[in-house]
Design a protein around this ligand. Structure first.
Ligand code: GTP
Ligand code: MG
Length: 225
């Protein structure tokens, strides 16, 4: 009978510790002038492909770096490193999300003051990453046209904790009979007013608007936490 409340308490303490460290990270990012963007989505929605294209486009304007989390492999790190930007893989083993301490450890050895943007690709998962603040300025949730317009309704927490949504793989929209209006209305119903970007990292559709949005968001960020 007593077991349940204790488990809840332990989980609350872990989350509280994470929030404290995330707040410190947020302060570090602000002091260094680096704008931090995290990406969350289900596995295979196109986070790495979108980030590869983003790094390629933004590196011409600004110094950037990226962290990427996966349970196993360095595959995504290798893909992102082709951009020439500094990239580190966080291998989580059995853990289904990144937390602030993993990010903190991965940042060791990097001088944040040298960066304008830091991107953090989370583990592909629409549930666990929702609860863990990484100190990011902008949390992006990606939804690909191939995974079904109802995902925001089924996984409301992750969509509700995001600052902006990116609909990916728009080049495949017709082939999979993607219902754009349904997807937009589902996103708006769980997170009213959320900014929605529509992109294809494959043919470049919407990528210029995304980069413009990113630069404007960095400019608009308050200096103090
Ligand atoms: N046609 C098309 N395919 C895409 C696009 N973006 C990603 N893909 C493909 O979708 C698959 C998954 O893309 P990834 O970028 O690896 O997805 P991810 O979200 O990083 O996956 P995890 O890290 O495993 O969660 C790959 O085969 C990509 O080439 C796109 O805009 N158009
Ligand atoms: Mg990936």
């Amino acid at each position: 009978m007593n077991a349940e409340p204790r488990l809840v308490e332990v989980r609350k303490n872990i989350l509280k510790q994470n929030d404290l460290l995330a707040r410190e990270l947020r302060q570090r990012y602000r002091r260094a002038g680096v704008y931090t963007v995290s990406l969350v989505s289900s596995p295979g929605s196109g986070k790495t492909r979108f980030l590869e294209e983003t790094l390629r486009l933004i590196r011409a304007q600004h110094p950037v770096a990226a962290l990427v989390g996966d349970l196993a492999t360095e595959n995504d790190c290798q893909r992102l490193a082709r951009s020439g930007a500094p990239v580190k893989q966080i291998v989580t083993g059995t853990v289904c999300h990144l937390d602030a301490s993993m990010v903190d450890r991965a940042l060791a050895g990097w001088t944040l003051d040298d960066l304008a943007f830091l991107f953090i690709e989370n583990v592909g998962n629409l549930v666990c990453p929702a609860s863990y603040d990484l100190g990011e300025d902008l949390r992006l949730v990606l939804l690909s046209v191939t995974e079904g317009e109802d995902k925001p309704l089924k996984y409301p927490t992750i969509f509700n904790t995001a600052d902006a949504a990116v609909i990916t793989k728009m080049d495949l929209a017709d082939a999979v009979e993607f219902d754009r209006q349904a997807a937009i209305s589902n996103l708006q119903s769980v997170r009213p007013g959320i900014r929605i970007l529509e992109v294809s990292a494959k043919n470049g559709h919407g990528m210029a608007a995304w980069i413009e949005f990113l630069n404007a968001a960095r400019q608009a960020r308050p200096r103090e936490v």
